[in-house]
Design a protein around this ligand. Structure first.
Ligand SMILES: Cc1ncc(COP(=O)(O)O)c(C=O)c1O
Length: 315
């Protein structure tokens, strides 16, 4: 919903600049919008594009590097109306698209909107040691993140930041005549729903109790713990498929069948939970460290459990 809302604002603005009122007239007969995504775009964003009538498959997919980062030099020369969707935090590797390079590449194009899907990765910007990963993000027109991921509040706490408040309201506003204005900020002019629970309370409480430093420490601790687990696996002879720059670790246990058996054993053992994924053609186990509750001792126990489960496979 956060990505949906940001991209609805994008759709409004790029079409308005092309002389089209999409909220009033829909997309029938509208000027075409070029939508650009990296080849490693999260499936959620494609779903959002389909919900907005922009099409999952009609997108321009830009080649990525070995970490899944969009290659800015591969973005074609664009003409507006256009929307570029960058990613801050690949779900497998944790890698960020090079947002500053993307900005540089598209800067001179008229009528182009830059949206960033930062579902979990954007939280890295709260840590002084990791903020450089998101260089250029301040140039984005909209960005989305999930407080239910690294801030550890309950589902479903998506957040969207839209630079131009007018664009957000134009895309989301219920008819002004629907309910009389109280003169205060009315939430239903900023989000898809008219009625919804006060999701902001938990986010406010978590932010308040952690403070700026607490949040930075949470991010740093989890990233350090991910590095620790990757080092332990590597020392035991397993291949780590990603650069561990954030909280994600991809470990290979060899062929796909063996990997799936080890993953199942790790899950059945229950010391920790890790899922399976396929990264650039290789089956792997994905370790994500993102809980405020995870201690260094948990990491040591988890590493030990994973190694035991892999050894049980004769590895
Ligand atoms: C980059 C990215 N975008 C979007 C999502 C979807 O988030 P949600 O499950 O909160 O809709 C995820 C989930 O992992 C993600 O990693």
């Amino acid at each position: 919903m956060a990505n949906f809302t940001g991209l609805a604002a994008a759709r409004h603005v790029v079409l308005e600049k092309a002389g089209w009122d999409v909220e009033r007239n829909g997309l029938f007969g509208a000027p075409p919008i070029t939508v650009v995504v990296g080849d490693e775009v999260h499936v959620c964003l494609l779903k959002v594009l389909s919900m907005l009538g922009l099409g999952r498959e009609r997108v321009v997919r830009v080649a990525v590097d070995g970490q899944g980062r969009m290659r800015a030099d591969r973005i074609p020369d664009l003409q507006g109306p256009a929307i570029v969707c960058a990613q801050a935090g690949n779900v497998n590797t944790g890698a960020f698209d090079p947002i500053a390079e993307i900005v540089e590449k598209i800067r001179k194009t008229d009528n182009i909107w830059l949206h960033v899907d930062g579902a979990f990765g954007l939280w890295a910007a709260a840590s002084p040691n990791r903020a450089h990963l998101a260089d250029g993000i301040r140039q984005a027109d909209s960005m989305a993140t999930d407080a239910h991921k690294w801030l550890n509040v309950p589902y479903d706490s998506g957040l969207v930041f839209v630079r131009d408040a007018g664009a957000l309201v134009a895309a989301m506003s219920a008819s002004a005549a629907y309910l009389t204005e109280s003169g205060k900020r009315e939430p239903f002019h900023y989000v898809p729903e008219l009625s919804r629970r006060a999701r902001g309370v938990e986010i406010w409480a978590a932010r308040k109790s952690l403070g700026k430093k607490g949040l930075a420490d949470l991010i740093e601790t989890n990233c350090r713990q991910a590095t620790r687990i990757a080092e332990g696996l590597k020392a035991a002879g397993f291949a780590i498929l990603n650069d561990v720059a954030l909280n994600q670790v991809l470990v290979s246990f060899g062929d796909a069948e063996t990997a799936d058996r080890v993953i199942r054993r790790v899950q059945d053992d229950g010391t920790c939970w890790c899922g399976g994924t396929t990264w650039q053609g290789k089956r792997a186990m994905r370790i994500s460290v993102s809980s405020w509750k995870t201690t260094d001792e948990d990491i040591a126990r988890s590493l030990d459990a994973i190694l035991r489960m892999a050894k049980g496979e004769g590895l």
